[in-house]
Design a protein around this ligand. Structure first.
Ligand SMILES: NC(=O)c1ccc[n+]([C@@H]2O[C@H](COP(=O)([O-])OP(=O)(O)OC[C@H]3O[C@@H](n4cnc5c(N)ncnc54)[C@H](O)[C@@H]3O)[C@@H](O)[C@H]2O)c1
Length: 437
């Protein structure tokens, strides 16, 4: 049993803290957002993550998990301090390390005699060394025995708990093998592969992994665009490619492109780092450009189907950046909604979990209670997020409600022939002869 403090109680920090508590440790999760901590202390989850609420409640009842906004309380007696704060994009695409810095300063001010500082936030290569400097300088001549270990997180929103508990690997980076081994002990109960490397390499593994996954998606989207022109079906192409063990099936779904809280900012940050250090990251730049284009292409398809978008009503199904999360950061739906609005369209939208988050950024959108309300008088529908509940819609009911029966299936969720059999114009992504409006 170890005493752990987790700084930052977002998707990563809250899941990390809760899972470590579930593994028998005593964990205090800290956040500077009092609203978030008040909610957690009242048993209300500040984010939607399947299975999280029950696990939090279980561990709070067992006195292994607590929440606070008070740094001295959180750091009292802590042997491990995980930094899991946000690292959003700065003005030039660089990772903004403001929150990491203030967490490091708090550790310097309040840690007792010794502590292990673990960077779980996704941070630019070299940040571990910088955090060590920040702590050392701030601490001054008060002795503190500390080491910084990089421990990038690979969990996915929507399956975060199971990803944390069954990781493909845990990566630990440190110049001090003993420190890395101490962090490794926390993960021993998971019986997974633990890779120990140096600090900078660990930091780069995270960026390279996210950039590679984003590249796969942009790759298949580019192939999909070619398929559209040449009469092939990208879904079948991806399937056929994926049987090759060197390729595999994952992250080869053509659609509206990648989004979310990680890929966009991480690919940008890696590109920024690369340029800053004199290299020419042309693949990363192309991967981002293809992704931007994928959104514009969806709008272009709707424009083509409706002649022009001015004063047209478009219904959007799904707002979160992917199913099973309420996270709307850099979601394809948001960007497409803004592009449609710029062309004079009126938007109606619905998402099973992201309505509260959407309300603050989609000021002119009519937010609906279900897909059928979205369809009322719509000139076209676009499926932006492939939530399970959209898989079996009542297409005859939708058709009666809509002004024009046009559907852009942005995630290739439906069978084109089935949708067409209800009298719809079906437009997919990369589905060759079936795609053209
Ligand atoms: N979300 C993911 O799926 C995911 C997956 C892997 C890695 N990551 C990385 O993990 C990090 C955290 O991501 P997230 O999605 O959990 O972020 P988030 O925005 O959901 O949560 C960050 C939290 O940190 C808090 N915070 C900010 N400054 C603080 C401070 N000084 N002290 C205490 N709390 C502070 C914020 O109030 C917020 O609650 C990022 O670097 C991200 O790139 C995220």
């Amino acid at each position: 049993m170890s005493k752990i403090c987790v700084i930052g109680t977002g998707y990563v920090g809250l899941v990390t803290g809760t899972c470590f508590a579930d593994l028998g440790n005593v964990v205090t999760c800290l956040d500077v957002n009092p609203d978030r901590i008040n909610k957690l202390n009242s048993g209300i989850m500040p984010i939607y993550e399947p299975g999280l609420e029950q696990l939090v409640k279980q561990n709070v009842s067992a006195n292994r998990l607590s929440f606070t906004t008070d740094y001295p309380t959180a750091l009292k007696g802590a042997e491990y301090a995980f930094i899991a704060v946000g690292t959003p994009s700065g003005n030039d695409g660089e990772a903004d390390l403001r929150f990491v810095k203030s967490a490091a300063e708090a550790i310097a001010d309040l840690a007792e005699e010794s502590i292990l500082v673990i960077n779980k936030s996704t941070v630019p290569v070299g940040t571990g060394d910088w955090v060590a400097e920040v702590i050392k300088n701030r601490r001054g001549n008060r002795p503190l025995n500390f080491r910084v270990v990089s421990n990038p997180e690979f969990l996915r929103e929507g399956s975060a708990i199971s990803d944390f508990m069954n990781p493909d690997r845990v990566v630990l980076g440190s110049e001090d093998r003993k420190a890395a081994n101490l962090v490794a002990q926390l993960y021993q109960p998971l019986r997974c592969t633990i890779m120990i490397t140096d600090l900078r390499t660990a930091e780069m593994i995270k960026y390279a992994s996210n950039a590679f996954l984003a590249t796969r998606i942009s790759f298949i989207n580019e192939i999909g665009n070619i398929c559209e022109e040449m009469g092939a079906d990208v879904r079948e192409v991806a399937l056929g490619m994926g049987y090759d063990k060197r390729i595999g099936h994952s992250f080869l779904d053509a659609g509206l492109g990648w989004g979310g809280s990680c890929f966009p900012k991480d690919v940008k940050a890696l590109e920024h780092m690369a340029v800053l250090h004199g290299t020419h990251p042309q693949l990363l730049q192309a991967v981002m450009e293809i992704n931007r284009n994928q959104r514009r292409r969806a709008v272009m398809k709707l424009r083509k189907a409706l002649k022009n978008l001015n004063e047209k009503t478009i219904g959007v199904l799904g707002i979160s950046f992917k199913p099973n999360t309420d996270d709307i950061r850099d979601a394809a739906a948001i960007e497409i909604i803004h592009l449609l609005e710029n062309e004079g369209a009126h938007i109606r939208a619905y998402d099973p979990q992201a309505m509260e988050n959407a309300r603050s950024v989609l000021k002119n959108v009519v937010l609906c209670e279900n897909p059928y309300q979205v369809a009322e008088n719509a000139d076209a529908l676009i499926l932006a997020t492939e939530w399970n509940e959209f898989k079996q819609l009542d297409f005859s009911r939708l058709k009666v409600l809509m002004k024009h029966p046009i559907i852009l299936d942005g995630r290739n969720l439906w069978d084109p022939e089935t949708v067409r059999s209800y009298g719809f114009t079906y437009i997919g992504v990369g589905r060759g002869n079936t795609t053209k409006p």
